[in-house]
Design a binder for this molecule. Structure first.
Ligand code: SF4
Length: 220
């Protein structure tokens, strides 16, 4: 049985989908990530007594920086924004009349990615909300990108949900074994913020190709 202290950080699914090793370097090996988990845990407790900020605009209630968790996924995190829309299939909310259906919206500074990283994070947030509020399945959620100033609708399909579940199950397995996957160099490495930590053994006078040839085969 998991306790809150055992929960993984929800946002880690972005790192994990980018590179499993990057996720492990941040969430298993780095001391600061433990601190981050502790701080976030404390914030969750504080916020339980200090409700997150909400406002109402017409038929929509807007909650910002809403803490979320899922015991089935074993994760906790935060939604940038959750819009609650008046809907007959919704749920009751404390202090509000009517029925409300939640819809998470995640804000990103950059532009839409080719990978599913942002969609997986958003889908995980929706699964948390469904579990916390005992509401019916959320069909659509949104990613807002700062560079395009646009909302992108994301269908929360059965396939996306299954990918979220299998990612967290794999992360849980690595986390409990304190296992960091070995280097699997890909073109993603060029854009990786941890490449200096991940590839410390790269000889000064050899190129990436030689290094990659040297480590290929080490992987699982
Ligand atoms: S440098 Fe490459 S293998 Fe290492 S963590 Fe980054 S993406 Fe993963």
């Amino acid at each position: 049985m998991l306790t809150e202290d055992d929960y993984l950080l929800l946002s880690g699914i972005q790192h994990f989908s980018f590179c499993r090793r990057q996720w492990a370097l941040i969430h298993i090996e780095q001391a600061w990530s433990e601190n981050l988990r502790t701080v976030e845990g404390k914030l969750m407790h504080e916020r339980a007594h200090d409700p997150f900020f909400t406002e109402k605009r017409g038929d929509t209630i807007i909650a910002r920086e809403m803490p979320v968790f899922s015991n089935t996924l074993g994760v906790s995190g935060q939604c940038d924004v959750v819009e609650f829309h008046s809907d007959k299939n919704g749920v009751t909310l404390h202090g509000r009349t009517g029925l409300w259906l939640p819809c998470p919206i995640e804000y990103k500074r950059g532009s839409p990615k080719v990978s599913d990283a942002d969609r997986l994070q958003l889908c995980a947030q929706a699964i948390c909300l469904e579990e916390m509020l005992l509401c019916s399945a959320i069909k659509t959620a949104y990613l807002y990108y700062g560079e395009t100033h646009r909302r992108e609708a994301v269908d929360l399909t059965a396939e996306l949900r299954e990918t979220v579940r299998s990612c967290f199950a794999e992360m849980r397995g690595y986390f409990e074994r304190r296992y960091t996957p070995r280097v699997k160099p890909t073109k993603s490495c060029n854009a990786c913020s941890l490449k200096d930590i991940c590839l410390p053994k790269m000889p000064k006078n050899s190129g990436v190709r030689e290094y990659i040839n040297g480590v290929i085969g080490e992987s699982e």
